[in-house]
Every structure is written in C-alpha cells, then in structure tokens.
Design a protein around this ligand. Structure first.
Ligand code: MTE
Ligand code: MO
Length: 214
C-alpha cells in the first residue's frame, strides 16, 4: 500500500514536506514578522558585533570586518512558537563555527546569551550553535536582510523555535550556567526544541524533574 501511495499524484512530495513540520505546527509560504518592540535602525557605520564573557580575549568586529569573514549559504526550515513553520528558507552568513575560530573558550562555557540592538536577549546552549547549527545571517533570499527580519544581522538557530534567532544581534556572551533571556524569563522554554514541543518552561524535562525533587 505504501508503495502505491508513494507513486505519482505528487503524494511523495507532500508526505516529505509534512515530515518536516514539527508537532502542532502548520506550514506557511509567508514570512511573518514577529517583534516584541520597534525595529531598531542601525547605521552600518555604527554597527558592531562583539563576543565576550568566558573567553580568553573579547573580540569585536565592525560591519566591514564582519563581512570579510568567510560566509556560507544555508537552506533550512524555521519554526515559530506561534505555530507557523516555513520550509527551505535561504540565508547567507557567518557560521558560529567560524566565529569560534577567533576566540579561545574557557573550559566551563556551557551556554551563550545573545544580545540585540533594542534590548532583546535569548539564551542558547553552546552545543546548540556548534557544528553548523547556528549562524549570523546577513542575507535572506539573495538580498541583504531587511530591518524587520533582523537586518543588518541576526542570529539564526533553525533547529530551535525561532524566538532563539535574535534579530539585530550585536553581542554574544559566553556563560558557565544557563540564564533565561527575554521570552525565557516570561515563561518560555529554556531550550525550545520544536520536535519535542518545548514551548513553555513547563515543557522542559529538567523543570519536570525539579517539581519531582520538592
Ligand atoms: N531582537 C529580537 N529578536 C527576535 C524577536 C524580537 O522580538 N526581537 N522575536 C523573536 C521571535 S518570537 C520570532 S518568531 C522571530 C521572528 O523573526 P521574523 O520577524 O524575521 O519572522 O524573531 C525572534 N527574534
Ligand atoms: Mo516567535
């Protein structure tokens, strides 16, 4: 039966796409804009990107310097906690692995906090960014990233809910313990894996464990 239904009528394509939609999500062709505040406008001449915290030497780039770093293309699916998913989004930017070549991490680093122009913050585990899992997006669909989608530069961590992909990012701080960012302080998951439906803090497995401890 399966072989029959997989033949023709575009069924194979459809079932392949739906396998890529996490539980509770629906696919949209749109690219909705979700911002907790106004869109900051950053002149490229003033833009900087900094890495600090538990690394041997902090490092900072200007827009020109940052754009001279090796860049890669990424085609990836994104999943917003408000339940839309968008397949095959096309980005160009600098991978987190490339950024790590410019610093020496202290051994205790476990998480990073991303900071944005405008004050947004979000926490991500180090291992959630390494090995091509996270990048700083500079271009979307072949064009410079628009301000409403986080331009000039945003963090992109597509395997986690999209609130972890901080728009207008300008700083990463390396930490030895997990700390909540903006939405996480408001009750959202510390991790945010869409495949595990970790939407709220109460969906986190260590949160469940901490309830059992008491
Ligand atoms: N700086 C900043 N980054 C942010 C947000 C925000 O409000 N401010 N919203 C987050 C949320 S909840 C989502 S779903 C995505 C939305 O990105 P988009 O507007 O490009 O779709 O950005 C994330 N990054
Ligand atoms: Mo979101």
């Amino acid at each position: 039966m399966a072989a029959f239904f997989n033949k023709g009528f575009g069924r194979k394509r459809e079932s392949t796409a739906s396998d890529r939609i996490p539980p509770g999500q629906y696919e949209t062709p749109d690219f909705p804009v979700l911002s907790a505040g106004p869109t900051p406008r950053i002149a490229l001449a003033n833009w900087t990107f900094k890495m600090e915290g538990l690394i041997e030497e902090p490092v900072q780039w200007t827009w020109e310097q940052f754009n001279a770093l090796p860049q890669q293309s990424f085609t990836t699916d994104i999943h917003c906690v408000t339940k839309w998913s968008k397949l095959d989004t096309k980005w160009e930017g600098v991978s987190f692995d490339t950024l790590l070549e410019h610093v020496k991490l202290l051994p205790e680093v476990s998480h990073i906090m991303a900071y944005s122009y405008g004050g947004y913050t979000t926490n991500v585990p180090l291992e959630g960014l390494r090995n091509s899992k996270g990048f700083i997006g500079l271009r979307y669909d072949g064009k410079p990233l628009t301000p409403e989608h986080g331009g000039p530069a945003r963090l992109v961590v597509p395997h986690l809910y999209f609130w972890k992909s901080a728009k207008w990012v300008n700083r990463l701080r390396f930490m030895e313990e997990d700390e909540p960012g903006f939405w996480e302080r408001g009750g959202y998951s510390m991790y945010g894996d869409p495949w595990k439906e970790q939407r709220y803090r109460s969906d986190d497995s260590d949160y469940q464990a901490s309830l059992n401890d008491d």
